[in-house]
Write a protein that binds this ligand. Structure first.
Ligand code: NAD
Length: 489
C-alpha cells in the first residue's frame, strides 16, 4: 500500500525518472491506511473514515501548537512562497505528472495548470500578514473591532479537471489565514497532490498543517463532510455531490460549506463583435481542457447577422483543433483524451442523445481513432431548448450553437438554465457589452474573452453553480470566522 511509485518519463517534453509516495500524508509523514480497503488505484492507497480521524487529529494538534495564531502571518507567507518556489523548480516534472494524471496536453499542464498553481500560492503568501479587521465606532467610551479568525481544521474536497490548480485555490487562502488542512484529491487524479506532499515537508511546514488523504467520495469525502471537528468544508465538484455535502453539514455540526459547482455557461456573440476574436475565444471557451472545465462556454448564442460567417470560421478552427488530436506528450498536440472511460462514455452518450433528439452535427460527433478516450471537438446546431445537450452539463468537447435576433432574446435564452457560473459576451459596443454582462445571471462575466480566470478576481457561481467565492481577497473572508469585539471602557 504505502510505498513509492516511480515513473520513467520518456516523452519528447520531459525525460527522467520521478518518484511519488503512494500512502496517505498525515502529520507530515507517509502512512498506510488504517484498514486495507482493497481500494487501490494503480499503486495508490485509499483511506477510510479512520484515516480522516487521524488526519483531523494531526491537523488539530498542528493548529494549536505550531500554526494558526502560534505562527505569525509573515512566517506562514514565507513557507507558502517556499512551496511555490519548489514547485517552480520542478515545473517540468509536475507538468509531466499532471499530464499522466489527466491526459491533458503537456504544454497546458505546464503553462496553465502548474504555472497558475505557483501564481495562486504566491498571491496568498502575500496576504498571509495582511489579515486585518476593522475598528468600528460606537460610543466614545467603547472600543469595538472585528477580527478574522481561522476556523482551525478545514476540510477540502476537489475534482479531477485541474487537480493541482484546484488544490492551490483551496490550500492557498486557508494556509495564509492560519487554518490547517485535511484535503481529499479526486480518486481519478491523485498523482500531483502526492508529489506535492514531499515538497510540503521540504518547504518546512510543521507536521500536520497539510494532510492529504486519498480515497473515494463515499468514504473519505463523506467522512470529511460529516466530521464533527471540521467546521468548514470547501468543495469543488458536481452539483449532485455539492447537495450531499450540504446535507451532511445539515445533519451533523452545521459546518460552513462553500461550493464551486457545475455550469452550462453561455457565450453571447453580437453582430458587432470582432469576428476573429470571437471565434478564437469561443473555441478556447468550450474546447480548453477537452471541454472539462466548469466555466466552459457550452452554449454559443450568435446574432443572426454574423451567424453564417461565424459558423463557417468556427467550423474551420474546430477542424484544425480536431486535426491536432493526439498524444498529449507530443509537442504540437492541441487536443487530448477525456480524463477516464467513465467520462468518455458519459460525453459520447450526450452526443448520441443530441443526434437522436434531432440536433444537427456540424463537425465531430464521434470518437477520434479506436484507442484511448479521444472525442472529436463537436458542434451541434438546430437544437431546441428542451434537449438534454442544451440543458445539462456535458463536461466534454461539445457545444451547441443557437441563433438569436435581439438582445432581449439572447438574455432570455442565456438565463434559461439552473446554472449560473460564467458567461462570455462579445461586442464592440461597450455599453451593450456591460449591460448584457450585468443582465446575465452568472458569477463571472467575461467580455471579449473567455475563461480568463485571474487569481486576484473573485470566482464563484450564482444559482445552482455554487455558494461562496474563491480567489481574490474574498477567499480570505470565506475561509475565516468573523469575530466582533465590543468592549466598554
Ligand atoms: P464529483 O462531484 O463527482 O467529485 C468531486 C469530488 O467530490 C471528488 O473528490 C469526489 O471523490 C468527491 N465526492 C464524491 N462523492 C462525495 C460525497 N458523497 N461526499 C463527499 N465527497 C464526495 O465531480 P467531478 O466529476 O470530480 O468534477 C466534475 C464537476 O466539477 C463538474 O460538474 C464541474 O463543473 C465541477 N467543477 C466546478 C468547478 C468550479 O470552480 N465551479 C471547478 C472544477 C470542476
Amino acid at each position: 500500500m504505502s510505498g513509492t511509485y516511480t515513473y520513467q518519463f520518456d516523452t519528447p517534453v520531459f525525460k527522467g525518472s520521478s518518484t511519488i509516495h503512494t500512502g496517505l500524508f498525515i502529520g507530515g509523514k507517509w502512512v498506510d491506511p488504517v484498514e486495507a480497503t482493497g481500494i487501490v488505484i494503480t499503486p495508490i492507497a485509499g483511506g477510510t473514515k479512520a484515516d480522516v480521524d487521524l488526519a483531523v487529529d494531526a491537523a488539530k494538534k498542528a493548529y494549536k501548537t505550531s500554526w494558526g495564531l502560534k505562527c505569525p502571518g509573515a512566517e506562514r507567507g514565507k513557507l507558502i512562497n517556499k512551496l511555490a518556489d519548489l514547485i517552480e523548480k520542478n515545473i517540468d516534472e509536475f507538468a509531466a505528472w499532471e499530464t499522466l494524471n489527466t491526459g491533458k496536453v503537456y504544454m497546458y499542464s505546464k503553462f496553465a495548470d502548474i504555472s497558475s498553481t505557483i501564481r495562486v500560492l504566491r498571491y496568498y503568501a502575500g496576504w498571509a500578514d495582511k489579515n486585518q479587521g476593522k475598528v468600528i465606532e460606537t460610543k466614545d467610551t467603547k472600543l469595538a473591532y472585528s477580527r478574522h479568525e481561522p476556523y482551525g481544521v478545514v476540510g477540502q474536497i476537489i475534482p479531477w479537471n485541474f487537480p493541482l490548480a484546484m488544490l492551490s485555490w483551496k490550500i492557498g487562502p486557508a494556509l495564509a489565514t492560519g487554518n490547517t488542512i485535511v484535503l481529499k484529491p479526486s480518486e481519478i487524479t491523485p498523482l500531483t497532490a502526492l508529489r506535492l506532499c514531499d515538497l510540503v515537508n521540504e518547504a518546512g511546514f510543521p507536521p500536520g498543517v497539510v494532510n492529504i488523504v486519498n480515497g473515494y467520495g463515499h468514504t473519505v469525502g463523506q467522512a470529511i463532510s460529516e466530521h464533527p471537528a471540521i467546521e468548514k468544508v470547501a468543495f469543488t465538484g458536481s452539483t449532485l455531490t455539492g447537495r450531499k455535502i450540504l446535507k451532511a453539514s445539515a445533519e451533523t455540526n452545521l459546518k460552513v460549506v462553500t461550493l464551486e459547482l457545475g455550469g452550462k455557461s453561455p457565450t453571447v456573440i453580437f453582430d458587432d463583435a470582432d469576428l476573429d476574436l470571437a471565434v478564437k475565444w469561443a473555441s478556447s471557451g468550450i474546447f480548453f481542457n477537452m471541454g472539462q472545465s466548469c466555466t466552459a462556454g457550452s452554449r454559443i448564442l450568435v446574432q443572426e447577422g454574423i451567424y453564417d460567417k461565424f459558423l463557417e470560421n468556427f467550423t474551420a478552427v474546430t477542424q484544425k483543433l480536431s486535426d491536432g488530436t493526439g498524444d498529449p506528450f507530443t509537442p504540437g498536440t492541441l487536443h487530448g483524451p477525456q480524463v477516464s472511460k467513465v467520462q468518455f462514455d458519459r460525453v459520447m452518450s450526450y452526443i448520441e442523445s443530441g443526434k437522436q433528439e434531432g440536433a444537427n452535427v456540424i463537425i465531430g460527433g464521434e470518437r477520434h481513432g479506436d484507442q484511448g478516450y479521444f472525442i472529436k471537438p463537436t458542434l451541434f446546431t438546430d437544437t431546441t431548448p428542451e434537449m438534454k445537450i442544451v440543458r445539462e452539463e456535458i463536461f466534454g468537447p461539445v457545444a451547441v450553437i443557437v441563433k438569436f435576433k435581439t438582445e432581449e432574446e439572447a438574455i432570455e435564452i442565456a438565463n434559461d438554465t439552473v446554472y449560473g457560473l460564467a458567461c462570455h459576451v462579445f461586442s464592440q459596443n461597450v455599453s451593450r457589452a456591460i449591460r448584457v454582462a450585468h443582465a446575465l445571471e452568472a458569477g463571472s462575466a467575461w467580455v471579449n474573452c473567455a475563461q480568463d480566470t485571474e487569481v486576484c478576481v473573485p470566482f464563484g457561481g450564482y444559482k445552482q453553480s455554487g455558494i461562496g467565492r474563491e480567489l481574490g481577497e474574498y477567499a480570505l473572508q470565506t475561509i475565516t470566522l468573523l469575530e466582533s469585539s465590543n468592549s466598554s471602557a
